[in-house]
Design a protein around this ligand. Sequence first.
Ligand code: 3PG
Ligand code: CO
Length: 555
Amino acid sequence: DFSWKLEDHPKLPKGKTVAVVVLDGWGEANPDQYNCIHVAQTPTMDSLKTGAPEKWRLVRAHGTAVGLPSEDDMGNSEVGHNALGAGRIYAQGAKLVDFALASGKLYEGEGFNYIKECFDKGTLHLIGLLSDGGVHSRLDQLQLLLKGSSENGAKRIRVHILTDGRDVLDGSSVGFVETLEKDLANLREKGIDAQIASGGGRMYVTMDRYENDWGVVKRGWDAQVLGEAPYKFRNAIEAVKTLREETKANDQYLPPFVIVDESGEAVGPIVDGDAVVTINFRADRMVMIAKSLEYEDFEKFDRVRVPKIRYAGMLQYDGELKLPNHYLVSPPEIERTSGEYLVHNGIRTFACSETIKFGHVTFFWNGNRSGYFDPSKEEYVEIPSDSGITFNVQPKMKALEIAEKARDAILSHKFDQVRVNLPNGDMVGHTGDIEATIVACKAADEAVKIILDAIEEVGGIYVITADHGNAEDMVKRNKTGQPLLDKSGNIQILTSHTLQPVPIAIGGRGLAPGVRFRKDVPGGGLANVAATVMNLHGFIAPSDYETTLIEVADN
Ligand code: 3PG
Ligand code: CO
């Protein structure tokens, strides 16, 4: 019989305040000038590393350790926080979509059959991130879906692209558009009326998250649905090249554009009777567009015209909200997360970050579930992010505010677990601005110090870790680790995450004597952290959880 009751840990006490700090985008890499964590002054994190060797180690944060298809897949916040919170490794969206496409099951599913009803008279619109980054979407999956949809009856297809430059190198958008254009030309040869209809940079068009800025989604709506944008082009390759040059925007921030025909009419607005698929598998940056496409009552911006469409997500993005109702591939069913167990076992939990990472320590941590398990035992605090800026101009972000909230929560004695995400290394790392990323890392380190001091004051325990790498390597490298130069001899800035492992450190006055990292889990990854944290709360993790990283030595 299933029970939420966790067994008591035979050696570790209950009742200690445990701070769990996730440094976003904070990996471990060789110390050189492109390692912003190394260059920055980070005395607190340094002291954890050099202070007590049995209380600091590295864990895997990419590839199969977090449920991604291969070891070439860098880590990301979704899969990282899923693993940290769930304590088990689930096949993630990227992998599930791969299976569904390869087996053809995708075309037999409820979602595809639902949208297929529109193929006779309507257009199939595919909206999503165009790159091979593998974090939110993958180009090869889009290519297979285009082929499969046309073989399964789609006669008119419009693709609404969002350029990347964040999970892949800036400037790579041109190549991805060229590849897509070739595929669409092939489809046209087969008699399918297929073309790109609109586009824009992912950070400026459509892919906002956690309701940071609805204006982003509105710009997408205007281009994709209404066929209206400040820029009009006859083809998308020209659009991306011209906009990069003339507006000086990078791939992430390209302004919205629509493709028009010879008479200047948009070639692919979304109209009554059409089918729409958002092709991203990752949830956070699809929830807002999904709401705008799906909800009848919607007041976040004026949609002007709301077409009667059949809409499906590549995945369902929020199981609790059932959003969207229809989807092509079932998401991983992440259940019995550590957060849910701990709440059932009386652990009062506080979680906090700023808007752009708030859902990471709540929604993703809790297995892609929004809201509280038990509001009487949990408090989640969101600090509003600065919006409308790139974070290199504000690299300290809200680190101090987050740390102060955590400190207050710790000192209040109202919580057993105080969990935060510090976004700096990641969000500033994604801008590719090395100087700013150094400032960001210092700010995150200072925030850690504030939290450690509070833990010291109450005699608690800390667990400091990260969800994936980013700031520790800001340059694209060749196989031997040397920075790669572009044609003009400049280094190629790496805006994306990395394949690096991340640190985990434990400590605090409340840590029982003899607690240390085990030596027999050398391949440990983020999914091993949940059992570790449960131990520090005085419990043994459920038997199907990935094993704990700690042991208690007999003195
Ligand atoms: C983003 O969505 O900002 C990036 O693609 C991934 O960053 P995250 O996984 O750190 O959120
Ligand atoms: Co990131």
